[in-house]
Design a protein around this ligand. Structure first.
Ligand code: HEC
Length: 422
């Protein structure tokens, strides 16, 4: 922990700066991960000290989009004001190295190291995908079917890839598919430009979502408290959406999801529910969901919850026209339960937000989702120039107002139960 109120000449790399950088930056800024350069050694950081001062003061880095004053999440990635001040002072005072010993090695990746166990199952692409080196961003949805001797209780899951440095983020839904044929659909759908909507292509696989997970650079596996989890169905499919960064030369990639199973039975099963576009309440979004060219437009969705639930995490989702996203619930007693607010939506930094403690959502509460969209030329992320009329659909150049909620059926004493993952 940094010491409070260190005077300028005392701020050193070894004592103050290295621990902050290694904890908050190196997980993404290291060889093989998506960030464009490493931040590991004194030289890596000192030669960029002014740049680092700027991006930390503006809070552009580390990337964290939800408003921390609205809800503070367990996986929050933010520097303290004191850490930002120390970096600034260090940059301005000539980047003193100091003489305390510093371990300047990238932290070991956690891949495959859950309690030093090998994964019980790896579901991945059968053949490598060739990412074209034409400097175009791509969004691909892969179909990864699996079949097991029996359904299994899941203890942890982790996204894996042979080439993580080209991947900006990934999301995956795990669907129970007892019967539908896997051979009559494409192995993947290019969701960037293609006229194939992956929702249409894979509609028969998306009837029973069992779980939803995600990965961004720097994140590792996801696991659950002992009595809580979900059941990996006997037969089903992982629909894996990968957002590729633009690359200048062709790259081969094989990605997938690996699973660790639990021997013991799970008492409480996690439910994944999609609200809004592509899910519950899709037809009730107001006004009707389309965004004409050259306008900014806001939409709302209200859904009454029919069961008392304990909320574990949320994943808000919009595409490239998204400007802000907010969700909360209003209880029958008119209390507001804050869920998430992303004041400046950024498609590149969407992720799953874990609550530090379970949140009780009582039966009869009304879930409220609000999204603002900018379909003008002022939106630098607008995929169409000139702007085009956009409807609700799953392709990246269409739009969505969606939130996935992972919940349990409520049990006495859940509120306040710690969700800290091991
Ligand atoms: C979750 C992963 C992640 C973390 C954590 C992270 N970065 Fe980054 N960083 C990236 C990625 C990806 C890029 C390149 C894309 C971009 O600029 O959005 C980047 C870009 C940068 C840039 C270049 C910005 C520009 O305008 O070109 C700087 C400087 C930087 N990071 C510094 C830091 C520092 C300092 C920290 C820690 C305090 C940090 N980053 C933490 C992922 C991360």
């Amino acid at each position: 922990m940094p010491v409070l109120h260190v005077s300028a000449q005392q701020v050193t790399w070894s004592q103050h700066i290295a621990p902050v950088i290694h904890r908050n930056c190196t997980p993404c800024h290291r060889p093989g991960d998506a960030a464009p350069f490493s931040l590991i050694t004194y030289e890596d950081v000192a030669k960029r000290a002014n740049f680092i001062k700027r991006v930390t003061e503006s809070r552009y880095m580390p990337p964290w989009k939800p408003d921390p004053h609205y809800v503070s999440f367990a996986n929050e990635r933010r520097l303290t004001a004191e850490e930002i001040r120390l970096i600034g002072e260090w940059a301005e005072s000539g980047m003193s190295k100091g003489d305390a010993p510093v371990k300047e090695e990238p932290p070991v990746t956690t891949t495959g190291t859950l309690n030093n166990r090998q994964p019980d199952l790896v579901v991945k692409m059968k053949t490598a995908y060739t990412l074209k080196g034409d400097n175009v961003e791509r969004f691909i949805v892969y179909k990864l079917p699996f079949e097991l001797p029996d359904s299994m209780a899941v203890e942890a899951i982790e996204f894996v890839s042979s080439n993580r440095k080209v991947i900006h983020h990934a999301n995956y839904e795990i669907n129970d598919v007892p019967h539908a044929d896997f051979d009559n659909t494409a192995d993947y759908v290019d969701n960037t430009e293609s006229h194939l909507d992956y929702y249409q292509q894979y509609i028969n696989y998306r009837k029973k979502m069992k779980y939803f997970g995600g990965w961004i650079p720097g994140s590792s596996y996801e696991s659950y408290p002992e009595d809580i989890g979900w059941m990996m169905p006997k037969r089903g499919v992982v629909l894996l959406t990968v957002h590729y960064a633009p690359v200048g030369k062709d790259e081969e990639v094989i990605s997938g999801v690996q699973f660790y199973f639990r021997k013991k039975l799970i008492k409480r099963i996690i439910n994944a529910t999609t609200y809004g576009s592509g899910g519950v309440g899709e037809k009730d979004i107001e006004p009707f969901f389309y965004i004409p060219a050259n306008v900014e437009k806001s939409f709302k969705l209200k859904v009454k919850l029919t069961e008392t639930q304990s909320l574990l995490y949320v994943w808000p989702h919009m595409h490239l026209l998204g400007k802000s996203f907010k969700a909360y619930a209003v209880t029958p007693a008119k209390d507001t339960i804050r869920l998430v607010s992303v004041p400046q939506w950024d498609f590149n930094w969407q992720e799953i937000y874990w609550f530090p403690k379970m949140v009780k959502l009582p039966k009869g509460a009304v879930l409220m989702m609000e999204g603002e969209y900018d379909n003008t030329v002022n939106n630098a992320s607008n995929p169409s120039f000139p702007p085009q009329l956009v409807y609700g659909a799953m392709r990246t150049k269409d739009e969505m107002l969606t939130m996935i909620m992972m919940t349990l059926s409520y049990e006495e004493g859940d509120e306040g139960r710690d969700l800290k993952r091991p």
